[in-house]
Each structure stands twice: as structure tokens, then as C-alpha cells.
Design a binder for this molecule. Sequence first.
Ligand code: GAP
Length: 511
Amino acid sequence: MSRDDKFKKVISHAKEYGFVFQSSEIYDGLSAVYDYGQNGTDLKNNIKDYWLKSMVQLNDNIVNIDSAILMHPKIWKASGHVDAFNDPLIDNKDSKKRYRADVLVEEHISKIENKIHKEISKAKKRFGDGFDLEQFSTTNPRVLGYTKKIKEISKKFNEALEKDDLKNLKKLIEELEIACPVSGSKNWTDVKQFNLMFGTKLGASADSATDLYLRPETAQGIFVNFLNVQKTSRLKIPFGIAQIGKAFRNEIVARQFIFRMREFEQMEMQYFIKPGTQQKWYSKWKENRLAWHLSLGMGKENYRFHDHDKLAHYADAACDIEFNFPFGFKELEGIHSRTDFDLSSHEKFSSKKLKYFDPKSNESYTPFVLETSIGLDRMFLAVFSKALCEEKLKDGTERIVLKIPKILAPKKIAVLPLLKKDSLPELSKKIKEEFKWEFNTIYDEKDAIGRRYRRQDALGTPYCLTVDHQSLKDGTITIRDRDSMKQERMKVEEIKLKIRAELDIKSWLNS
Ligand code: GAP
């Protein structure tokens, strides 16, 4: 299956099974804004919970806050967002469509990467088990040619971005003969900077209304509360403040489903440290965050670090954890060494002291900050797209299954009476009542049992408990595993122990 086909399947499955809907769909939708349905909301909450537990509950020195979306407008001046939170945009003069100039180049590189991907898939098929990826990638002339091309483009691209050289960015687009995806035309305007913040107004009358912005990141709500939290919690450096919340960006290009949205959610943590220790904490948090991702068992080969060549205005080091999405490796999470930029700047703009008094050394200083920032919606897309599989079964039939990490699955258990008679529904409902206190459990009696298994597979439910005539006699029920499809007969108490063990967060995070 091509990457495009896979991505289309991800989007349609998300809609068909109640995970993600286009926002305002009955009014033809709102571009790059999405709603989460009944199953999507459960999955999203489970991701939040997994992040929060590992970040806050398991760390004695990290606390969680929930700051307001609307903040004083000076905050965005101090943070640098008013002046520097821009993306380079370019218009196509014929189609009148607007694009992000950097994304046009990135997509061009992705197309070349796809060609490499195709060569590798073909060779894998040809050589079977004897295929050696390392050898093939370093000797195949076509792959070598494509790799060289990518390096050349990336060099020019990074130089233009680093220097904010918009003229050279346009020159590169022309050199690569990039055409407008809609019209096929190569008739481009100059590249301009575009500020991504959404403006809004506070106040009832037009004259006295204050101009505000919807926050483009949750981080600033943490910085401006740094002293409130430090003083009331009495935390000593190093310590962290975490937050999950909405962020808003008026993205120029918004074509990749929930990958790039105009309203999205971030899970961020700012770690306040002693100046000079940032390199140590940067390495530590890179390691911690990768370990968190790997604990979900979605394949080590699907993650890679990407160091930033062009650093944001606040950072002295930064990297992304990239994930292998259906459209290739793209940023999932950012890890940024933010220096003392934010706290110093807020000190200047607010004229309030934001210093930390270190009782050990008897000195006051402005802490440095190490940030981890992951998009909740991107994490959702990573989990969902990796989980979606089409499997050929031994009997020749096919099944669609969402192999979501069991700890994140929206519903954990489906209780199914084998037949809709002979008191099986009554016993099933009783069993459902028993499980629902501990696990998100549903009851389903519609259709033949095979179809119900398929429905739960497609929803990603890890366990189906089937109640049959033997259950009436000896109280045993069968438990069917979503991934292996194996069925075992057990007592209710044994099933509880098994599921508890398999969903134990300690085992997941220590795996
Ligand atoms: N506080 C730092 C910050 O906001 P960022 O790299 O701009 O850094 C962090 O964003 C994360 O937020 C990204 O790694 C991505 O997962 C997510 N993100 C950013 N823009 C997004 C968008 N338009 N739609 C969905 N997620 C987005």
C-alpha cells in the first residue's frame, strides 16, 4: 500500500469509527479544525493520562498547572511571538493558493525520500530474507543519487532558513521547479513573513476593547506563574511545571489532517535549572522522552532525533523527536534548551523580579529552562496511524484491526453474549457491571459474534469477553485477545487479574 493510500485509510477509519470528525461538518467544515468523537476522546484522554502520570505523578519535583488561554498582551511581546512567530509564505499567482515556502521544499524532499522508500520496498521483495538494508542503501546507485540530491537541497534550504534569507528560499523553489499542487503553475510571488497568532478582543465596547491573542503555546502560562508555583510549592531547583492545554496558530498550510491544526493541544513541561547545567538536562530529557515513546512499543525504528539547524529566538539547543507518520518522518515532539530568555524577558517587560533564591549557595539567579513539548493531536495521529492494520487471516478472509497500545485503547473490554437468548444477555450485562468500575467496558449484542469481534478489532478494543452456555453452568467465560485472536476460558476473577497485569502502567513505563 502506498503512503498516500495508507493516510487516506487512516482519515476515513478515524471518521467511520467515531474518532475524529471535521469540525462544523454540516456547514462544509472549517479548515484545519477537527472534533474528536466518542472513541477519539477516550483515546486522547488516555494519552493525556499516560503523559501526566509519567511526567507528574512519578516525579516528586514536577507539578501540574492549568493556566488561562487569554493572557495579558504584553506577554506575547516579551516572549518574542509578536515580532518573531512567523512562517515564510508564498502565493501562486495563477491558482491564488497560499503555501508555506519551507513546506513546499520539505514536501519536495519527502517526494525524493518516497522514491528511496520505493526502491527499498522493491529490493526487499526481490531479495526476501537475505535483504541487507545497510548494504543496499550504501551501494545502490539510484538510492545514492537520491540521497545526494537530498543533501544538496537540505544544505541550501537550511542556509536560507538560518539567515532568514527569503530571496534565496524563493530561488530554491524556482531551481527545484516546484509547481503549485493545485494548478501545476510555477508562477510564484516573493516569499513574505506571516505572523501565526490569532488576534481577539477583550471588553464590551469597541472603543475600550483590548487587543489580545489566543495563546500559540502553553509554555508562557507556565513562565508567568513560575514564582507563584515555586513559592507555594516550596520546590527547589531543579523542578518542573507541566501543563496540558489548547494552543492556537493561524497555520498557512493545513493539509495534513490533525498533524497541523489551527486549534490543537500541547503537553508541555518546563524544567527550571541552574544556569550552566543546561547541556546535562538537555541530554537527560532527550533520553527520558524517547524512553517514554518507546515504552508504548510502537517500534524503535519509527523514531529519530532531528537536531535544529535554525534555532528559535529563545533556544541555545533544540531537537525534535520525529515519528514515521504515513507521510514520512515528521516532528512529533520538541525538546528545547530555552536558556533564561523567557524569565529574563518577562522580568524586563513586567518590571517584577522573577529570580530564584538558592538557599544552598545563598545566591539569587534567573533559572534556565529545559522544555519538552509534545502535540497531543500529533501523538494521537502517531498512535492511530501506526495501529491501523489490514491483516490477511489463515482462512483467506481479511480483518481491519487497530492495534493501539492496550494501555491507551479507548475501550478496554467488550462483553458479548454468544446469542441473544437463553439468559446469556442477562449474565453478560451482570459481568459488564462488574468490570466497568475498573475498566472502560462496553456491552454489544447486535449481529453475529464474528461481526462483533471485527467491530471491536476496528475500534481497537483489546479484550472481548464472550458469555456462552458453559458460562451459565460453571461461571467461566472466554477472553479473546485483539492482536493474537487467541481465546482462553477463564473465571471472571482470573480475567480481572490478567487484564490488571497487562494494563499495569508500571510495567508499561518500565518496559
Ligand atoms: N513551546 C514550544 C513550542 O510550542 P513547537 O515546536 O512550536 O514548540 C511543540 O510546538 C509541539 O506542538 C510540536 O512538536 C507539535 O507536536 C505540536 N504542534 C505545533 N504546531 C502544531 C499544529 N499546528 N497542529 C498540531 N500540533 C502542533
